[in-house]
Design a protein. Structure first.
Ligand SMILES: [Mg+2]
Length: 187
């Protein structure tokens, strides 16, 4: 079974690192609290006059490389590998790719080992990637292929809670959510 796992928001904790960096840089300006995030696109949750400040944080050298793992993600990744799952880290680079692309590889090496960097599939169009399951926090994943081969499992976040027609998980309950899919594949 091929399981595609998104990087930011699923393996790497982009949101909380962003908030920490914002508070450090702009102590006088309140950021949008995690639970108040409405749009997958972080900039859309900020008024136009603050968007430059927000963008400067996540495009800064070292930001992507320094993201903390989402709690439970590293352990679950290793356990899924041990179960024989063919895991791929399916990640879209920022449009400002300059720091992001290399730092995504560095992040994977740091937390999952250098061999895991060979599992990276970096694309802005995940519908083109074949797999059985895609675990991703993005609500609507669209691209050139209208009917992707994978089933989308939504990784829970405040900005995707309006999605009700797909399974939803966090790493704390991955066994329950994935169980049906895994056993079905074994049969
Ligand atoms: Mg994501």
């Amino acid at each position: 079974m091929i399981i595609l796992i998104d990087q930011d928001g699923v393996l790497a904790d982009f949101e909380h690192a962003f908030l920490a960096a914002w508070r450090e840089r702009h102590p006088g300006i309140a950021p949008v609290a995690y639970e108040d995030r409405k749009s997958f696109n972080l900039l859309e949750d900020y008024p136009p006059e603050l968007r430059g400040k927000a963008e400067a944080i996540y495009t800064a050298p070292g930001f992507i490389r320094g993201l903390p793992p989402v709690p439970g993600a590293i352990e679950a990744f290793k356990e899924l590998l041990a179960l024989g799952m063919d895991l791929r880290i399916c990640t879209a680079p920022l449009r400002q790719y300059e720091n992001c692309v290399a730092e995504k590889f560095q992040w994977v090496e740091r937390h999952l080992g250098r061999a895991a960097t060979e599992r990276i599939v970096m694309t802005r169009d995940k519908t083109l990637v074949r797999g059985d399951i895609l675990i991703d926090d993005k609500p609507g994943i669209e691209g050139a292929v209208a009917q992707p081969s994978w089933r989308h499992i939504v990784y829970d976040a405040p900005y995707n809670r309006h999605i009700a027609d797909r399974p939803r998980m966090v790493w704390a309950d991955w066994r329950n959510v994935l169980a049906g899919q895994l056993y079905a594949a074994d049969a």
